[in-house]
Design a protein around this ligand. Structure first.
Ligand code: KG4
Ligand code: ZN
Length: 309
């Protein structure tokens, strides 16, 4: 890994969430500088490249279009092949950027702003989703709770930081969802009603108890994730357990995974923070495996906003 450059779009903070049109415009502005920076940091020139990989989906179509079109232009001008990558596959394979790497088969809890999945990985390019959310993703649960509490977007990292200063003394119900699936919309509603009730009694409730509310919400989200992961391990008999995606940056989830792993004899894998949240290295490592198999695509490739693993 020679360079892993990320252009963060802070512009969305003002809106309390990602605005699709603003995101694609920012991608257009950022793509050439960020690619130039990566090449410079890596100490290579464009002519050294043997292939170009890009994210085909899932995601916001306008943003994906910028990346796909840029990749097409670069591939055509340099006469090199293109490799399409599924964003969620990238999150899982982030574990292979550095050591220690999980052994196959392993389970991966992939938790981001748009997805919550439990995936069985049989080999680098062979994956099966065995559990998914029926409504909101885990990251959305953090972000929407943050909005109710008046926190900035994305609220996940802020809630993580504030939760460390509080105690989880408020109880939120654990959703009763069958199999290995998840649901977070009920949690959001119960937090909403809880806050309304308490604010009626004390208009300063959020200000006075913010850390404890964050700790309580985080504890519930983490326990929901961990309980399903334990169930998946028992059902599949797999004890190689990994987490990936933006929410895997959460310190309580990381601690719980390690503690549960020690208790149940799991080998656990948590990527470095910069490989948890969206990054280019995870797309490159996925493309590395596809390159070895000669899995290239042509100029007729189109992005897909919904793209199953
Ligand atoms: O994977 P990611 O960077 O982008 C998507 O593909 O969605 O994930 C972003 C999500 C956001 O919802 C953000 O609030 C959440 O990851 N997140 C966290 C933490 N860091 C990022 N959630 C909880 N605790 C964190 N430390
Ligand atoms: Zn992501």
């Amino acid at each position: 890994m020679l360079a892993n450059c990320v252009a963060t779009q802070d512009v969305h903070r003002a809106y309390g969430g990602v605005v699709p049109e603003v995101a694609s415009r920012a991608h257009q502005v950022n793509i050439i500088p960020v690619v130039d920076l990566a090449l410079k940091k890596a100490g290579v020139v464009k002519e050294d490249l043997s292939a170009i990989a890009f994210t085909r989906g899932p995601g916001l179509l306008g943003s994906l279009l910028v990346g796909v079109s840029f990749a097409k232009g670069l591939a055509l001008s340099l006469g090199i092949p293109m490799i399409e990558v599924n964003h969620m596959q990238g999150h899982v394979l982030a574990h292979f950027i550095e050591d220690p790497k999980p052994n196959f088969p392993f389970l991966c809890l992939t938790v981001s702003g748009g997805h919550t999945q439990i995936v069985v990985i049989k080999s680098p390019l062979e994956m099966e989703v065995i559990g998914t959310t029926i409504d909101d993703a885990a990251g959305e649960a953090f972000d929407k709770t943050g909005k109710l509490l008046g926190l900035e977007y994305p609220a996940g990292p802020i809630i993580d930081r504030l939760a460390k200063l509080g105690t989880p003394r408020f109880e939120f119900p654990e959703p009763n969802i069958p199999e290995l699936n998840f649901s977070f919309s009920g949690l959001k509603t119960s937090i909403l009603y809880f806050l309304k009730r308490e604010l009626k009694k004390n208009p300063e409730f959020i200000n006075e108890h913010l850390n404890d509310i964050c700790a309580s919400v985080q504890t519930r989200i983490v326990s929901v994730l961990m309980n399903k992961l334990k169930k998946a391990s028992i059902q599949s008999g797999i004890k190689e357990i990994a987490v990936a995606g933006g929410v895997s940056a959460n310190s309580e989830l990381r601690e719980q995974l390690i503690a549960t792993g020690e208790e149940l004899g799991w080998s656990t894998y948590v990527p470095k923070l910069e490989y948890c949240t969206d990054n280019a290295a995870m797309i490159a490592i996925t493309a590395y495996y596809k390159y070895q198999k000669g899995e290239f695509v042509g100029q007729d490739i189109v992005p897909m906003s919904r793209y199953a693993l």
